[in-house]
Design a protein around this ligand. Structure first.
Ligand SMILES: NC(=O)c1ccc[n+]([C@@H]2O[C@H](COP(=O)([O-])OP(=O)(O)OC[C@H]3O[C@@H](n4cnc5c(N)ncnc54)[C@H](O)[C@@H]3O)[C@@H](O)[C@H]2O)c1
Length: 347
């Protein structure tokens, strides 16, 4: 039941990210899901209906098509926005940018995802780095999956006073699993044309002080991204010091090869066994027994579940913008408890 403390959240675009955001909102003690909106009229919105989420169509034509498909539709996006305090736009790249005018006209707060440019909102969000700047804002952008992982890990090193500069190579998944029949690559690797690839500059849109360069290659699998990093530290530090720096963040899970978590599929299987929705790995899963230090040089690798990592950040962005939490730590504690983040394979 809605209380005056609860923020009503609308989710526009019920796809890979939107359905996960909707589930996460529904799990928060201080938020209610006002409803979800889409343009599809197939099995996907039917799943929202099955979960008891109020379903809306983007426009009158979409509502008609959804009703013709037997879906119980409560109205249009406009109707949904009248019942919400904030909207999280999870429509595909560039569609969200076109929706922004409607949100501004209506005066509703909005969040876009990493497919949009920084300029769409003028603020880019990762909880541990830019929560304070989002407080009270009308809009923000939760950065992409890769950028979120970069900012989380480099912020941890920066907080420990260890970071000078970082150089990373990203092996990017080709497409999302459920869309594997529609596209993606097979039997090849596709290097990104430019160095730096866009993720390094994107991380600087969250924290301009980061000295970071990324290179990227698309690989023929769908499970997750894999990053390899080389970092110059401010001084020669021990492995234990570095692990303590990473371990200070609940959003970085220190996993171990010798625990059997020696490949992306094994980590995903563990998420399934934990009973997490959609097998979500919300954390950056960083191999502690692979991590290596040589003097002031640091080397490590981690896995990024591209479909899941931005979900807790989106929840924290809602709290920052609506005043539900005073700072990142308070919001993250609530999010982490609701999503059961922070209890992975540490020893
Ligand atoms: N998939 C990922 O791994 C990932 C990771 C991080 C960030 N993102 C970003 O999240 C955003 C959404 O990506 P996604 O992967 O969830 O896309 P998606 O294609 O899986 O989902 C988009 C959904 O929006 C719906 N839609 C399309 N046009 C619409 C409209 N006009 N109104 C309402 N709904 C509409 C589609 O039917 C679909 O259900 C993008 O900005 C993307 O860059 C994606």
């Amino acid at each position: 039941m809605t209380t005056t403390q609860e923020i009503r959240v609308a989710v526009n675009g019920y796809g890979v990210i939107g359905k996960r955001v909707a589930d996460a909102v529904a799990m928060q003690p201080d938020m209610v899901l006002a409803g979800v909106c889409d343009v599809a009229a197939d099995w996907r919105p039917r799943m929202a209906e099955a979960k008891g989420y109020a379903l809306y169509g983007a426009g009158p034509g979409h509502v008609s098509a959804m009703r013709a498909a037997g879906l119980d539709v409560a109205g249009t996006l406009e109707d949904l926005l009248t019942r919400a305090d904030i909207v999280v736009d999870c429509t595909p790249k560039k569609v969200a940018a076109a929706n922004v005018e409607a949100y501004r006209r209506r005066g509703i707060r909005f969040i876009v995802q990493g497919g949009e440019k920084h300029a769409v909102t003028g603020h880019s969000f990762v909880a541990e780095a830019s929560f304070a700047g989002a407080i009270g804002r009308d809009s923000t952008r939760v950065v992409s999956c890769n950028t979120t992982s970069i900012v989380r890990t480099l912020t941890a090193l920066k907080r420990a006073g260890l970071l000078v500069r970082a150089r990373g190579t990203l092996l990017r998944r080709a497409t999302d699993p459920w869309e594997s029949h529609l596209g993606g690559i097979m039997n090849t690797l596709v290097p990104e044309r430019e160095i730096p690839s866009h993720q390094g500059p994107d991380a600087q849109s969250v924290d301009p002080s980061l000295d970071v360069v990324t290179m990227a290659v698309k690989v023929p699998q769908t499970l997750a991204h894999l990053h390899y990093w080389s970092v110059e530290m401010t001084r020669a530090a021990t492995r234990d010091e570095v692990l303590a720096a990473f371990g200070a963040s609940s959003r970085i899970a220190l996993i171990r090869m010798d625990d059997g978590l020696d490949a992306l599929n094994a980590v995903k299987e563990m998420m399934a066994d934990l009973g997490r929705p959609h097998d979500n790995l919300y954390e950056v899963a960083l191999w502690q027994d692979m991590l290596s230090v040589q003097g002031n040089e640091l080397f490590y690798a981690y896995m990024v579940d591209n479909q899941a990592i931005v979900i807790p950040e989106t929840i924290d962005a809602i709290r920052a913008m609506t005043g539900l939490a005073a700072d990142a730590a308070a919001s993250m504690a609530l999010t982490d408890t609701a999503l059961r983040i922070g209890h992975l394979a540490r020893r």
